[in-house]
Design a protein around this ligand. Structure first.
Ligand code: NCD
Length: 324
């Protein structure tokens, strides 16, 4: 067997999935495999020549039913740096307005023989449904309030590169947990990898029975942040709220906005993270967000491209033979 062929078969063995629909259900070995692969792409992305031909001849379609800046641009760059042909489709402006359904759109694209569909959709479960109808691999780029697996992977890569491990760390995830697919994917990933997770939110923004995931729940920032290694802030997702969930953004900032004073109870070297886009002065103090000694928000964006390259790589190495 030739060396590249053997490497490809090992990759299938180490990542035996056809799609990446969520973090839930991935084993620690599968998560570590993607993170190790992403690490190698961080190095490649820092070189003047960032391109390989791993995806030569392959077609990646970015199908976004919701607006996105960093996720869609980083999937686009990831596909291009691997030498694939990448097409971006923003559906909210086109077919959906004419009444075409999700499945019609998917079947139309499927007929063009893509190798990977990267899909973002406002409804939880929509990406899984689509994956059952098409012949190619599907990556979930965020489905409603459900999951956003590549965000959790890029967060994990950022943490692992800074701290050397995930296991044994305490991570506080703070803010609008209720509406956040980022929180859900991170809870699955961090607990699977052996970190302790605390979620901090006002009662109105905390999902019911969230402690069933084996995490600590608090409504107080000081309790949640005490001695933690990582503080992950979330955006108030107003677009998903029907009615008022917080009295005012000023009051929200006072109790739940991250400031230097609130951060003082965390470990002295605790890192501050945010998936973006940020509402400065609502969930995070603007100056703290830009403090390069504490905030790794820019690094998260860099890791995003590497993680998406790793996911495209893992799913396309040997598409036939992958299990689900
Ligand atoms: C997140 C998302 O879309 O879920 N953003 C992102 O992917 N960079 C979080 C958010 O929108 O607040």
């Amino acid at each position: 067997m030739t060396a590249p062929r053997q490497a490809a078969e090992e990759a299938v063995y180490r990542f035996p999935h056809r799609h990446l629909l969520g973090i839930e259900g991935l084993s620690p070995e599968h998560i570590s495999f993607l993170l190790d692969l992403a690490d190698s792409y961080v190095e490649q992305n820092r070189k003047p020549d960032k391109k390989t031909d791993l995806l030569r001849g392959r077609t990646v379609i970015n199908l976004f039913f919701e607006t996105s800046t960093r996720t869609s641009s980083s999937f686009e760059l990831a596909g291009k740096r691997l030498g694939g042909d990448v097409m971006n489709m923003s559906v909210s402006q086109s077919a959906i307005k004419k009444g075409e359904t999700l499945i019609d759109t998917a079947m139309t694209l499927n007929a063009m023989h893509p190798d990977v569909l990267v899909v973002r959709h406002p409804d939880a479960g929509a990406v899984k449904l689509l994956s059952e109808k098409v012949n190619c691999s599907v990556i979930n780029a965020g489905d409603g309030m459900h999951e956003h697996p590549t965000q959790a992977l890029l967060d994990a890569l950022t943490i692992r590169r800074r701290r050397g491990r995930i296991e044994g760390l305490t991570v506080a995830i703070c803010g609008d947990i209720l509406h956040s697919r980022v929180a859900r994917s991170n809870i699955h990933l961090l607990t699977t990898m052996g970190a302790a997770v605390r979620v901090v939110a006002p009662p109105t923004l905390m999902p019911c029975a969230v402690e069933r995931f084996g995490i600590e729940v608090t409504h107080d920032m000081e309790d949640g942040l005490r001695d933690c290694d990582i503080v992950m802030m979330l955006r108030l997702q107003n677009e998903r709220m029907q009615g008022m969930f917080v009295p005012s953004t000023r009051e929200y900032f006072r109790f739940f906005g991250l400031t230097r004073e609130k951060l003082a109870v965390a470990k002295p070297d605790a890192l501050v993270m945010h998936p973006g886009p940020m509402n400065r002065g609502v969930e995070i103090d603007s100056e703290l967000a830009d403090d390069i000694d504490r905030s790794v928000i820019r690094e998260q964006v860099e890791m995003g491209v590497a993680v998406r390259m790793a996911c495209l790589d893992a799913l396309t190495r040997e598409q036939t033979g992958n299990a689900d």
